[in-house]
Design a protein around this ligand. Sequence first.
Ligand code: MN
Length: 744
Amino acid sequence: METIAAIPKYNLTEEQEKKLILREYRSLLRSLKTKLKKGDKELVRQAFELAAEAHKTMRRKSGEPYILHPLAVAKICIEEIGLGVRSTICSLLHDTVEDTDVTLDEIEKEFGSEIARIVDGLTKISNVIDVNASMQAENFKKILLTLTDDPRVILIKLADRLHNMRTMESMKREKQLKISSETVYVYAPLAHRMGLYNIKTEMEDLAMKYMEQDTYKDIARKLADTKRERSRYINEFIRPVKEKLEKAELDFAIYGRPKSIHSIWNKMKKKGVAFEEVYDLFAIRVILDSPPEKEKEDCWKVYSMITDEYTPSPERLRDWLSNPKSNGYEALHTTVMGPQGKWVEVQIRTRRMNEIAEKGLAAHYKYKEGTGDESRFDKWFQQIREVLSTQETDGVDFLQDFKTSFLAEEIYVYTPKGDVKMLPIGSSALDFAFSIHSVIGTKCIGAKLNHKLVPISYKLRSGDQIEIITSNKQKPSEDWLNMVVTAKARNKIKDALKEERRKVAEEGKYILQRRLDNIGAAFSQFNIDELTAFYKLNSPLDLFYRIATKALDLSELKEFKLLGDKLEPPKPLKPAEIKQEGAGTMQPKKDAELIIFGESSDRIVYTLAKCCTPIPGDDVFGFVTTGEGLKIHRTSCPNAARLMANYGHRIVKTKWAKNKEISFLTGVKIVGLDDVGVINKITNLISGELRININALTVEAKDGLFEGNIKVYVHDKEELDELVARLRQLGGIHAVERYELDDV
Ligand code: MN
């Protein structure tokens, strides 16, 4: 709801504004031109006029007339997603019911029920998203329910989000962070799953631009600095290949394509390397213009010509020609050894495949309509429906499950009869068993894989043929939850565990009843609730269960004072006495005065999150926990996106106050040549020259390399950066990076 009027940044006259709007409208019509049938133009015009009139008095944060937003969203739908007239109309109307006096009835009267239904879906989605941030996970479930009705709702929503991300500059920093993390957490994966690679990439890049400003700028600058050198290399790589393809009289285009800043950054983090060490800053793309019946053949022909010239890496061939991804992606990927001994990724596909790769689902439908090959999408939608219909878990859980089981890439495995099953990457034999039937899952004791016996936790790989072995004595246990990734298996295991728990809990109930009798207290709901709260348990069921399994010592019951038939628990602990996690990472315990909230200078008690161990100078935010006060996370924390997306209302803007007296524990990982004296050099630099306190140091050497983890106390990020920079300058050091203390 970026509709709050702000002072316009620019001063267009009313006349100029009108012209600008008309120009955008005409340009929209032009991009729709080939898709317009008789009568369509009038409908689009009608939608535009209705929206323009309805949003007439509204402006975006930037000061622009609001109508430019729906116009831009419509254009994204046409040009970047490949949608048509109906979606254009819906895009133009997408914010009217939500933000103006226009009603759904009016839209239905003017445009019919199909369009009204989509606009309704769009309104409901943004309603929940924008009004109540905490409802997002639950809302996401709704998005998917709508999606199963009409994928256009989700596609238009993605276009809406993309345009908002592109035009976020005038917003407040908190809002930018919140929208960015939501985008990374929900929308980018969804775009990916719909096969909209370009949109996914742009969303991630834009989000990173706001969440990791410095790193983003840094990589962007380095990319620009090395551009010339890269082009030279790409040309050198392409030249011999081009000659070969020309000789074979193929109709093709070949070019180098830079990887996105976000994906480069991901690689740097994953491999713990500097920008200079990321070898694949680009990929080579060959796009073929082949007739449908020769597509595969031509792609393989190109593959063979390229690998004649450059040696391929055997593990890095990806054949999505024979087995397209479920989002429709088809291509052949390989990595070859290019000039100067550098690995280069090559992607080979036809023009048709390229369009699917760029525009995804919509383009896919366009090509495949009526050919009966929509089964992959059907399967996916079917899976979603299945999970939605069996869900009783809360939204956050659901979102987790959704992400792991539907947004992950998939593998293909075979039943003994040769039927193919599609499962997410990381699936185990147990997942496979549950995918066949829940009874087979709960009774699974192992599996036979290509005639070899494997445990239920065995991680499946594409191409595995697998047979499940069952036993009637088998029962699911808690640790099974760690062995599965699919929502179906997880839910069925939880159900079975719950059932088992219920049986055991019955017994605990009896024990408690007798116990309460003994001390003269009632076995009342009130007392049960009091006890549940006292032991910090989630439910009476937990209480009974723990009593039955003797995990709870009921001797403490005597400490309760009796008030008539009520139990009174001891006074709850004061917050200060509940020692918080993260407190151990602070050297002196003067933790109360470090953070300033919002624009005021109120000082508040907080703790530092263990998962990302922030230090002064890091970009941080506060998160209001239940029971543990305020916790400070880095905006780059792996948990940050999840927290911000799910609990936006509990995020508090924070910044560091200057304070040089307190030090913070952080970790540095060093990889280098294992030579004598290197440890000496390192410790001399840290504690000698820089006078930084070392808390712990572990070194592991292997194959002539060593990896050292050093925990040090620093005052702020500046000091840490200096330390890292100085370490990098030492001879024999390959990589130095900060690591999360939780990693080790
Ligand atoms: Mn919008």
